[in-house]
Design a protein. Structure first.
Length: 163
């Protein structure tokens, strides 16, 4: 991918971006209750989403440099407002889109798969803050395992080193 060449000389960041969603129905998992009592699991739903422009702006401020974003073909990524934002910030933002229906070349999909089988998988929360804290903790654990992160990238066949 060309992104590595462009970023290597500028001191910028390559960011693979993928959205996480929350379904109204949680995945089925084993639970228990006393004999004769049906187990009840409260389900929290979240409807508010952070805008793509706000996310990219926050990433730019936190990373303090140029950003090359690699993301999928979510309809929001093609929206007029998103494209206008990208066009207005070409001094620090470059975007590359992955082909449609190609989760096997998006390393973030492996991160989500790892989270879905790890500690947060069967977590029942009652507040959004609890969910955010659990996901941040799990992502921090992954972040401190460089071999695992390299494995996510290697699984896609993509390489960050310039040829």
């Amino acid at each position: 991918m060309d992104a590595g060449k462009k970023t290597a000389g500028t001191g910028g960041w390559i960011c693979f971006v993928d959205e996480a969603g929350q379904a109204r129905r949680p995945p089925k998992a084993r639970t228990w209750a006393r004999h004769g009592h049906t187990p009840v699991m409260p389900v929290m739903t979240v409807s508010a989403r952070r805008s793509i422009a706000r996310f990219l702006t926050a990433a730019h401020h936190q990373l303090d440099g140029k950003i090359v974003v690699v993301w999928d073909n979510l309809p929001g990524h093609h929206a007029r407002r998103t494209q206008q934002f990208i066009d207005d910030h070409t001094d620090w933002l470059t975007v590359h889109r992955l082909p449609a229906h190609a989760p096997k070349i998006n390393p973030v999909e492996s991160v989500w798969a790892c989270l879905q089988t790890g500690p947060p998988a069967n977590l029942a929360v009652t507040r959004v803050e609890q969910l955010i804290a659990a996901i941040r903790t799990a992502l921090t654990r992954i972040q401190h395992r460089p071999a695992l992160l390299r494995g996510f990238l290697a699984g896609t066949g993509l390489h960050l080193e310039p040829p």
